[in-house]
Design a protein around this ligand. Structure first.
Ligand code: PRP
Length: 217
């Protein structure tokens, strides 16, 4: 049996065409069922639904043989023990710095002020501000980052931006793009050796089906 770890939402939806290219149909809709293990049309393959940030952990420890996860999540996890054969070019977005529209970020950086930065992406944020020589106090959050500058918890946030609608709706502006993000296929290294006969064809089919330049999200 091969187990593929996916998170609900965009990654799940955008992985379906790749699975189809590998001849695999997921037989249940996660939006209509509360099941966490979904059968597929291939009796040798099943999908498990996990939190996005847990996908690398499942694959690292063999709870899943394969997974699809954002580059952001992989960087925060560290990526240890994971074979990363493919950038799937799906779930594209970016990690950016955003502040309240009335906060003068450029002056704060120029003056060497110490910035309070709220984020779920502490590794990415730490490395980015260190590379700029900006001193920051990082505040770890697990969601709704946009609230932090609005409530005075932080001066800035580091968060995913896709359409920019969430920032706009909360009167925040993007002041720096840190990196572009897309989702990757990750594979447990032992599984790759022991279950080659099933896993290799899936990797190859995914590789063939990658859309090279989808419209920027
Ligand atoms: C992400 C991110 C923003 C939003 C950006 O949240 O944290 O809140 O998407 O998208 P937009 O630019 O298209 O508005 P997501 O919905 O992935 O959930 P999360 O808060 O759990 O990260």
């Amino acid at each position: 049996m091969i187990t593929l770890a996916l998170s609900k939402g965009r990654i799940f939806d955008e992985t379906l065409p790749l699975l189809r290219a590998a001849g695999i149909e997921v037989l249940e809709d996660p939006e209509k069922s509360r099941k966490l293990i979904l059968p597929t049309s291939n009796p040798e393959v099943r999908v498990v639904l996990v939190r996005a940030s847990d996908v690398p952990t499942y694959v690292e420890h063999g709870g899943a043989d394969l997974g699809v996860t954002g580059k952001d999540t992989l960087i925060e996890h560290g990526g240890q023990g994971l074979y990363q054969p493919l950038d799937l070019n799906i779930s594209r977005c970016r990690v950016s710095v955003a502040v309240r529209a009335d906060f003068d970020y450029a002056s704060a950086v120029r003056q060497g002020s110490r910035l309070k930065v709220a984020t779920k992406y502490t590794s990415i944020a730490r490395e980015f501000f260190a590379s700029k020589g900006v001193h920051v106090d990082l505040i770890k959050l697990y969601g709704s980052m946009e609230l932090a500058p609005l409530t005075g918890l932080a001066d800035a946030i580091v968060d995913l931006v896709s359409t920019g609608n969430t920032l706009k709706a909360n009167h925040l502006v993007e002041v720096e793009r840190i990196m572009d993000i897309s989702a990757r296929l990750v594979v447990n290294q032992a599984s790759l050796k022991l279950k080659q006969a099933v896993i290799r064809p899936i990797i190859d089919a995914f590789a063939q089906a990658i859309v090279k330049n989808p419209a920027t999200s």
